[in-house]
Design a binder for this molecule. Structure first.
Ligand code: MTE
Length: 322
């Protein structure tokens, strides 16, 4: 999912997976040519240290929910916090430094649409109200790498219950901020259909795995991870886990995400991890555990089938990876 052809620092040449997106050239080539973002060097500091001073710092660490376990080590913070996709801040992985430009206070989230009680909620009021817990989740990017992260936050269903979705609500649409004045990727790539949008069904949103993230590694969420509020959907490819959310709307029409708008044949609505269905340009059979040289077989639903497989049993011919 990158318009700049380049190799990741974590991969040797023969292990590299294709990470460049073949965009709709007619629509986007002009902008790509004019707006390439230079690769920045590594950070000279642990990007996460900058989360100190966050007004929610006193809330962390929160108690771990031991129901969510891993089959691998947690990825070192210094690795996961400096290898991020956050296209609002650049089209490469070393965006931790640029992401510090995002002001995360004041921050409010609009929850609206087909709900009985629409609300605009201040992030700190939300943090005080929600039952925060820590969960160890793995996430698998469509690009062929994975990491394991201790997220803190609350179940999305808890937030949705507050606003009382009506019977007509079929989907949940999520929207990221749009502020080219601070986000260098939005400023330099104005031809992208900002803001970043993602969506899921109400049924998926109510599943116990759908998690709203407010912290990581026992601290407030660092900006490069999508502060102050992001989604974590461990059974879906990483692009579905939208960052820095400003609006959550209950709707009756299927939302079309940013990547689906750009390249519908590659990045579709469902995007459930499925090793049996290759991406149109590369295999999804295995993954590189970032920070290591280990490759593992990718599991159906990223190994979370017990919790989510039932959601898809009536989908017939729908392609689950798209
Ligand atoms: N959300 C927004 N707003 N912008 C993005 O570019 N990238 C997605 C997802 N959420 C993205 C986003 C992709 S492609 C992935 S793999 C994950 O965030 C990466 O999350 P991480 O940086 O915490 O590993």
């Amino acid at each position: 999912m990158n318009i700049i052809k380049r190799k990741s620092w974590a991969l040797s040449e023969n292990e590299a997976t294709p990470e460049d997106v073949f965009l709709n050239r007619r629509q986007f080539m002009g902008g790509v040519a004019g707006g390439a973002v230079a690769l920045s060097g590594g950070l000279g500091f642990a990007g996460h240290a900058l989360a100190e001073g966050d007004p929610s710092a006193g809330l962390y660490p929160v108690e771990r929910n031991t129901a969510f376990t891993l089959d691998r080590d947690v990825t070192a913070e210094k690795v996961s916090s400096q290898y991020n996709n956050f296209y609002e801040f650049g089209f490469h992985k070393n965006i931790a430094s640029a992401a510090q430009a995002l002001p995360i206070r004041p921050w409010s989230i609009v929850v609206d649409g087909l709900v009985a009680k629409p609300q605009t909620i201040d992030i700190d009021a939300l943090l005080k109200e929600m039952p925060l817990e820590e969960r160890l989740y793995r996430h698998r990017c469509v690009e062929g790498w994975s990491m394991a992260v201790p997220w803190s936050g609350f179940q999305l269903s808890e937030l949705l219950k507050k606003v009382e979705p009506t019977a007509d609500a079929k989907y949940v649409r999520f929207e990221t901020f749009n502020n080219p004045e601070v986000a260098v990727g939005q400023e330099s790539q104005p031809f992208y259909p900002w803001p970043y949008i993602e969506g899921m069904t109400v049924e998926e949103a109510m599943n116990e795995l759908s998690f709203m993230v407010t912290g990581v590694y026992g601290k407030p969420l660092a900006k490069q991870f999508g502060a102050p509020l992001r989604l974590a959907l461990p059974w879906k490819y990483g692009f579905k886990s939208i960052k820095s959310i400003v609006r959550i709307s209950l709707v009756d029409e299927r939302p079309v995400g940013l990547w689906e708008q750009l390249q519908p044949s590659e990045y579709g609505f469902w995007a459930n991890v499925n090793p049996g269905v290759p991406h149109p340009r590369w295999s999804q059979a295995n993954e590189l555990l970032i920070g290591t040289r280990e490759r593992r077989a990718t599991l159906m639903f990223n190994g979370y089938g017990e919790q989510v497989a039932d959601l898809y049993k009536n989908l017939g011919d729908e392609k689950l990876f798209m």
